[in-house]
Design a protein around this ligand. Structure first.
Ligand code: VGL
Ligand code: ZN
Length: 198
């Protein structure tokens, strides 16, 4: 039984002052750093979008940020442009102990598909390769922290549970966007999928 800490999207654009800021996003950095020592492995995810990414409202003339459109793979929230490849906002929060990570997994780099989950892109089929990495290393118990609890953290934890990993979300070390009750919905869906909320 080996345990991995999966640190989701602790990037400047998701912290106060960033382009898709999550309230209190920077408050959890120190706690996440402290948690790292308790795990056999640390994986960071990094939201990593080309400028022409289909999840950006800017790339849909006339569409408002936070509206929902139908993509080939289903409904997609349109976000303000964020985590553009190579920009400062796509970088990790400078206080995050990113040097302690064994693996950094980037997601959302295909222009036409968003990727909330650390395991699958939003078409639910295109794999990021993370499950194979974890299985090869015998990491079967996963704890999720980071941003945002109701999107990337939740989708990652639900996929983990469905893939047969033991999945926990450490809620003290996560913060949510909370769009139209999305945090309550995500918490219910996580419980339903067998994710432990700690
Ligand atoms: C996220 C929206 C768009 C997240 C990423 O990290 O939760 N949310 N891209
Ligand atoms: Zn994104």
């Amino acid at each position: 039984m080996a345990r991995a800490l999966i640190v989701v999207d602790m990037q400047l654009d998701f912290c106060p002052g960033g382009r898709l800021a999550v309230a209190g996003g920077d408050e959890i950095v120190a706690g996440i750093n402290d948690l790292m020592a308790d795990f056999d492995a640390v994986v960071l995810t990094q939201d990593w979008h080309p400028r022409d990414h289909a999840s950006f409202a800017d790339n849909h003339p006339g569409a408002a940020a936070y509206s929902v459109v139908d993509m080939a793979y289903g409904p997609q929230v349109l976000w303000p442009a964020h985590c553009v490849i190579g920009t400062e906002g796509a970088g990790f929060h400078p206080a995050l102990a990113a040097d302690c990570a064994d693996l950094v997994i980037r997601k959302g780099f295909r222009p036409q598909i968003d990727s909330y989950s650390a395991f699958f892109e939003n078409d639910r089929r295109t794999s990021t390769g993370l499950a194979g990495y974890l299985r090869d290393r015998g990491l079967d118990e996963l704890a999720f922290v980071g941003l945002a609890q109701d999107f990337c953290v939740a989708w990652s934890a639900i996929d983990a549970a469905r893939l047969g990993f033991r999945a926990t979300v450490i809620e003290d070390a996560a913060r949510a966007i909370d769009l139209d009750g999305s945090l309550d919905t995500a918490r219910a869906q996580m419980r339903q999928a067998g994710v432990v909320l700690a």
